[in-house]
Ligand binder design. Structure first.
Ligand SMILES: [Zn+2]
Length: 110
């Protein structure tokens, strides 16, 4: 079975959009939907939604919200290389195995 490319992303990771209308934008991950492999990135893929009036005082109108994008359209940012892919370093510490996320290009911890 094929692993989703960015299945290892976490909330608050800073990512860059690598496809679509917001290509090049950077932002933090606000939400992750593991089942559909989609993420919500701060400030990216903004869509306008009509808000219903709930009462006389509420004027309703249009609000802007971030819509989820497929995780294959984002790349995690490495401080040294910029957008990159996630790799893993496994260290055997005797009593336990330590798994760290690293940049696949330079090996820097992410
Ligand atoms: Zn790197």
């Amino acid at each position: 079975m094929k692993q989703p490319i960015n299945s290892t992303l976490k909330k608050k990771d800073t990512v860059q959009i690598i496809a679509g209308k917001d290509k090049g934008k950077r932002g933090r991950i606000l939400k992750i939907f593991r089942d559909t492999d989609r993420v919500v990135v701060e400030g990216a893929n903004i869509v306008k939604k009509a808000k219903k009036r709930r009462n006389q005082q509420d004027r309703g109108g249009i609000i802007e919200v971030e819509a989820a994008i497929h995780s294959s359209n984002v790349a995690i940012i490495c401080r040294k290389c910029g957008p990159t892919r996630i790799g893993y370093k496994i260290e055997d510490e005797g009593s336990k195995m330590n798994k760290t996320r690293i940049c696949r290009k330079c090996g820097e911890a992410l």
